[in-house]
Design a protein around this ligand. Structure first.
Ligand code: G16
Length: 548
């Protein structure tokens, strides 16, 4: 009968994708993420889980993205995308972890049967899954494992090929919204390009757009997106791709890309020959869901325009348009940040708008942003977007402007909604959004940067024996474990003016991240020196842990 899992098929296929017994897999900040070579069993099982998730949701299309985004090239990963294009519902993260860690095929079947029973999954429902991958060399084999998983429960799935993470999220949303009141566009890469570019062209009509913009594609899939969009922009914005070698090995995210820029606070060396003083450029990460801008001042000094700066730019512009449309007081704009947000950005934004701080991970930011009429969320690392609530979308559509100026502002807002990929952070969509605003405000990088002055800061990774020992509270701003460590951090931070520091385990890499900021550069460096690598290593090293 179709209402029970055909365990024989699952067993036969599962035996071909055995789990390495010594490994534990955790569905973390952005799904499963580790070395590509050990992910075969995980992919197979995620295929099954995606099909079950779809059945549970009455056959709605669920997405699977195979990527390790900003991580080094040998890493890979996989995450599930829910029908509205958002991250997998958190209750299912535990199921994913359980499914991935069943030691044998029989154990797996038992976990699956339990899931079907406890979640009351109706197996007679259809399973619709769309999947894609980035350009990593380990991707093709992992896609095959995934397809075996889908096949083992009778689901064919739609292969979307090699695309950016945000395009996959867009496809999931458009497929599910098709023919409803919430139609989101055409469910193809062309549909995506067409939607973004036509809104962009309307928004910059008659405006002076930037000189050619250098775009560092991190040698990842964003290079494809960039090439595509260029055809649609009809010369209105010239984008020059750098680090577009998606066919070469060893270059992905290597000394380039958004994460390199954010963590080193430097210009990727590969851009140095092209970027002239006074000009700006930007970097995508490996799967094009993060964006970092930067510019060289007249003296050739590097200045970073990170996710916080993007949030400030975007929020100010949206507030202006809401006011301009005559909707002030009727549409509330709010911001969501994480602990990594520069203290100066939090001050600047909270003097003007409501600001919330949530734990790292797009799902947390996205969820919090949904509580505003228009929610602007950006992680400092450049991952972010803007959400317009259902009510707001309707309000904008029905609003009757009373002056031509109001009508213009309203039109701009409506077009902004089309440029923005509301499903998830999207480097390409965010790039177009930023360029629209810079063109409207006639800002160069310098004016944009001067909205507020960043507090000097450092972000470092520390390798520890067991990162799972590190537990946090208060949106990851304080440690509750290992015991006593938070007190030591407090003591250090107190010595510095406007000092702030926190420690949290990464959900995507096997490291602990340490962030510190203070009002004077030497002080932030002092903080950095104290916290890492040597003294910090000692602080959380075995001897200290034993002593605590
Ligand atoms: C992912 C998440 C982001 C998060 C980043 C780093 O980004 O989507 O929300 O900020 O990982 O997370 P962690 O500090 O826990 O390692 P990406 O671009 O790698 O998918």
């Amino acid at each position: 009968s179709r209402s029970v899992l055909s365990v024989d098929t699952i067993r036969i296929l599962s035996d071909r994708h055995a789990k390495p017994s010594y490994l534990f897999f955790q569905y973390g900040t952005a799904g499963f993420r580790t070395l590509g070579v050990v992910l075969d069993s995980v992919m197979f099982r995620v295929g099954i889980l995606a099909a079950l998730r779809s059945k549970k949701l009455d056959g709605k299309t669920v997405g699977v993205m195979v990527t390790a985004s900003h991580n080094p090239e040998p890493d890979n990963g996989v995450k599930l995308v829910d029908p509205r294009g958002e991250m997998l519902e958190s209750a299912w993260e535990v199921h994913a972890t359980n499914v991935a860690n069943a030691q044998t095929s029989d154990a797996l079947i038992e976990v699956l049967q339990n899931l079907v029973k406890t979640l009351r999954i109706d197996l007679t429902k259809p399973a619709n899954v769309i999947f894609a991958r980035d350009t990593r060399p380990s991707g093709p084999a992992l896609i095959e494992s995934l397809q075996d998983g889908l096949q083992s429960v009778g689901c064919v799935g739609r292969n979307a090929g090699v695309i950016s993470t945000p395009i996959l999220h867009y496809l999931v949303r458009t497929i599910n919204a098709k023919g409803t009141k919430e139609d989101y566009g055409v469910d193809s890469v062309d549909g995506y390009m067409e939607k973004l570019s036509s809104a962009f062209l309307k928004l910059v009509k008659g405006k002076q757009v930037s000189p050619p913009l250098l775009v560092d594609c991190a040698n990842g899939v964003g290079a494809h997106s960039l090439e595509e969009i260029t055809k649609y922009l009809k010369g209105s914005l010239q984008l020059i791709g750098v680090n577009t070698a998606t066919g070469s090995t060893g270059v992905l995210n290597n000394a380039c890309g958004a994460d390199y820029v954010k963590t080193t606070q430097r210009l990727p060396p590969s851009l140095a020959p092209y970027l002239k003083p006074g000009e700006r450029a930007c970097s995508f990460d490996g799967d094009a869901d993060r964006l970092m801008y930067y510019y060289l001042d007249e003296r050739g000094q590097f200045h970073m325009l990170d996710g916080d700066k993007i949030a400030a730019l975007v929020a100010a512009f949206i507030v202006e348009l809401v006011k301009g449309s005559g909707l002030e007081g009727q549409v509330r704009v709010g911001i969501v940040q994480t602990a990594y947000a520069n203290g100066a950005s939090t001050k600047y934004l909270s003097d003007r708008l409501p600001v919330k701080c949530v734990p790292t991970g797009v799902k947390h930011l996205h969820h919090a942003a949904e509580s505003y009429d228009i929610g602007v969320y950006f992680e400092a690392n450049g991952h972010g977007t803007v959400l317009f609530s259902r009510d707001t979308t309707e309000k904008l559509a029905n609003h009757q402007p009373i002056t031509p100026a109001q009508s213009t502002s309203l039109n701009h807002l409506m077009n902004l909604m089309q440029v923005i990929n509301q499903t998830v952070g999207d480097a390409l969509s965010d790039l177009l959004l930023v360029e629209v605003i810079l063109a409207h405000k006639s800002y160069s990088g310098i004016e944009w940067d001067s909205l507020y002055v960043d507090l000097p800061n450092r972000l470092v990774k520390v390798v520890v024996a067991d990162r799972f020992m590190f537990k946090t509270e208060d949106a990851e701003r304080r440690l509750i474990s290992p015991p006593g460590l938070q007190q030591k951090i407090d003591e250090l931070v107190r010595r510095y003016e406007a000092g702030r520091a926190f420690v949290r385990p990464s959900g995507t890499e096997d490291v602990v991240r340490v962030y510190a900021e203070a009002s004077v550069r030497s002080q932030a460096d002092g903080e950095y020196m104290l916290l890492s690598p040597k003294p910090f290593g000692d602080l959380i090293g075995p001897s200290t842990l034993a002593e605590l």
